[in-house]
Design a protein around this ligand. Structure first.
Ligand code: ZN
Length: 171
């Protein structure tokens, strides 16, 4: 009788799959809120309640308070940039701001070379996160903007609307 060692004998399955690793890059998809320290991952919809805008590769994903501000600012900025005499427009707008008891900064920051998010940060006193970067084909970089209270942002939005109404009542 010939003992036959099957070809399978001793052939242990050595190539175990590395399930736990799963090849994920060790990168943080988010940043900590400067106000409360919560780690925000806006791509996962996981954020604290201070987040007002998320910028990713220069595209702004805004909250309603930011979007309303940006709309009002854009209307005013467009009016300013279309003015025949920009200096005269600014003088007139500053006079109106004074009579409406609005801050001069609304006019000063409305210059069309400013990005609405930069103006939002200035006028609302928002905190800007340190930002983060993801590598790979779907990577990019971004940061978020945070507010403790919407009071100043809403006041700026209302201020631009009031200026618009005063300059161009027919709008
Ligand atoms: Zn927070």
């Amino acid at each position: 009788m010939t003992a036959r060692n099957g070809p399978d004998a001793g052939d242990e399955d050595d190539d175990q799959e590395d399930v736990a690793g799963a090849g994920r890059p060790d990168e943080d998809d988010g940043e900590s809120c400067p106000l409360c320290g919560y780690f925000n991952s806006p791509a996962d919809g996981d954020t604290c309640n201070h987040l007002r805008a998320w910028v990713w590769d220069d595209v702004v994903e805004g909250s309603p308070v930011y979007d309303e501000f940006a709309a009002a600012w854009s209307d005013f900025s467009e009016l300013a940039s279309n003015a025949e005499d920009v200096a005269e427009f600014a003088d007139n707008a500053l006079g109106l701001a004074e009579s409406l008891v609005l801050p001069d900064a609304l006019v000063a920051y409305s210059h069309w070379e400013n990005a609405p998010l930069d103006v939002f940060v200035e006028l609302s006193g928002a905190a800007v996160g340190e930002g983060w970067t993801l590598s790979g084909p779907l990577g990019g970089s971004g940061y978020c903007v945070y507010l403790e209270s919407d009071e100043r942002a809403n006041a700026a939005t209302d201020g631009y609307r009031a200026l618009l109404a005063a300059i161009d009542p027919g709008r």
